[in-house]
Design a protein around this ligand. Structure first.
Ligand SMILES: N[C@@H](CCC(=O)N[C@@H](CS)C(=O)NCC(=O)O)C(=O)O
Length: 206
């Protein structure tokens, strides 16, 4: 039996959750090492490029969450990374677009200066995020309720794991008026392996 993977991350769902959803879905057993915000500075130099999440698996110490998601998808095989190279590219494009939106939101969420945070938040939520959400909604509508090729890929799973976190950063349900994105989130949460994981996971505020 393969040794358990080890997930090292903060006490948040955050950027750890896509990895957890993918491991749950692809039957990878893992244990958690939770690093408190207080302990992190002393440990930071021991992590690759000083960042989390880190996943120890298959004898490797992996970092960069999107690269790890792609590894898990390829490893699981089937059509989880699309049915061909073109669909794999579309998976990458969709996920990188979601990342662009997430990173824009981080810009105000972690901004310590309140006035500057408020200004950035307004710009992102009123002017930038709506275009992203509108086009992501269109993409899911054009692909039969998924991001790519009319069937489940790793991007759907990663999106499902992140959307509540993005809504938390927005202070409102981001996909409330986006029926296709909302249904996709719910479809991911209804996958038996994900449902089981979510029922037993430690609940963090975001
Ligand atoms: N591109 C990296 C980003 C990793 C990242 O920025 N992690 C944050 C937490 S979500 C972190 O470690 N922040 C602490 C720091 O930068 O000191 C990934 O996707 O894994």
């Amino acid at each position: 039996m393969a040794p358990k993977a080890k997930m090292i991350y903060f006490p948040f769902h955050g950027l750890g959750e896509p990895l957890r959803f993918m491991m749950a879905y692809t039957n990878v057993e893992w244990e958690e090492e939770i690093i408190s915000v207080e302990d992190f500075p002393a440990k930071k130099p021991s992590y690759p490029f000083g960042k989390l999440p880190v996943l120890e698996m298959d004898g490797l110490r992996m970092h960069q969450s999107a690269a790890i998601l792609r590894y898990l998808a390829r490893k699981a095989g089937g059509t989880l990374y699309g049915q061909n190279e073109f669909e794999a590219l579309q998976c990458d494009i969709a996920y990188d677009t979601i990342t662009d939106l997430r990173v824009m939101m981080l810009g105000y969420f972690y901004e310590p200066n309140k006035a500057s945070a408020d200004e950035k938040r307004k710009e992102v939520l009123e002017n930038l995020a709506p275009m992203y959400l509108r086009n992501l909604e269109k993409l899911v509508n054009e692909n039969g309720g998924y991001f790519v090729g009319g069937q489940l890929t790793w991007v759907d799973i990663a999106y499902g794991s992140l959307i509540d976190y993005l809504s938390h950063m927005a202070g409102k349900e981001l996909v409330a008026d986006k029926p296709a994105l909302k249904a996709l989130r719910d479809r991911v949460f209804a996958l038996p392996a994900i449902k089981k994981y979510v029922e037993t996971r430690v609940k963090y505020p975001y």
